[in-house]
Ligand binder design. Structure first.
Ligand code: ELE
Length: 214
């Protein structure tokens, strides 16, 4: 899959809801309930980070939840991309990018949302064909003002800011012309997942889903 096609497809996915939950799953046994709770609130694209031993099993468990569009985050290596796809991930997300990782995702047709933190990184990804990028770690590299500044010289890049985004600042990002959605872990807090508070997570999901995109 070409980078152009990957970005186009993922922007389509990103437009389905203003927030992509970033999930760190410790217990694959509750992954299905978690995905159902988020989808019930109106968030469909889910990013399961490959940061826990249970992540691939969680992707497997979530991938047949009706309405869920399951992706894998924290993809760092070609092997990560292959294992995530084998488990059922339909897209990949990375905090940054490397040629090896992007080559692998293109070769196996896994649409990829690669990360950029500077104009130079964003330009390199654009040169390769990725017009949809994750802006990471959003809050600590200048937040919405920094992302707004990138929109002036690079209006052809659309971003999903992630890292430090919360209900309190998401609307500011979503009002930017170059932001189509945000990523964040706040919709599935560890204590609520641990307690199996699925109604509570559906409420957080619905609150996030009602945020307006400019
Ligand atoms: O794992 C990845 O692929 C990442 O790039 C990092 C995540 O996007 C952030 O850790 C989410 O940040 P918070 O919403 O502040 O918890």
């Amino acid at each position: 899959m070409t980078p152009e096609t990957a970005s186009e497809r993922l922007i389509g996915v990103a437009r389905k809801a203003p927030v992509i939950p970033v999930l760190v799953v410790e217990d694959a046994g509750s992954a299905r309930d978690l995905a159902q709770a988020l989808v019930a609130g109106g968030l469909y694209a889910l990013e399961i980070t490959l940061r826990t031993p249970q992540a691939l099993d969680a992707i497997r468990a979530m991938s047949d939840v009706p309405g869920a569009i399951v992706g894998a985050g924290t993809l760092l290596t070609p092997d990560d991309a292959r294992r995530a796809q084998d488990a059922g991930a339909t897209f990949g997300v990375s905090p940054g990018s490397s040629d090896r990782l992007l080559d692998a995702c293109e070769a196996i047709d896994l649409p990829m949302l690669p990360g950029a933190a500077t104009a130079t990184e964003a330009m390199a990804l654009l040169e390769r064909g990725y017009s949809f990028q994750k802006f990471f770690p959003a809050e600590s590299i200048g937040g919405a003002p920094a992302l707004k500044s990138l929109a002036a010289p690079l209006p052809q890049i659309t971003f999903c800011p992630t890292g430090g985004v919360s209900l309190a600042n998401a609307a500011t990002y979503l009002s930017l012309p170059n932001t189509v959605c945000v990523g964040g872990s706040w919709v599935a807090p560890k204590h609520m997942v641990g307690a199996g508070d699925w109604d509570g997570i559906t409420r957080l999901s619905a609150e996030a889903a009602s945020l307006m995109v400019a």
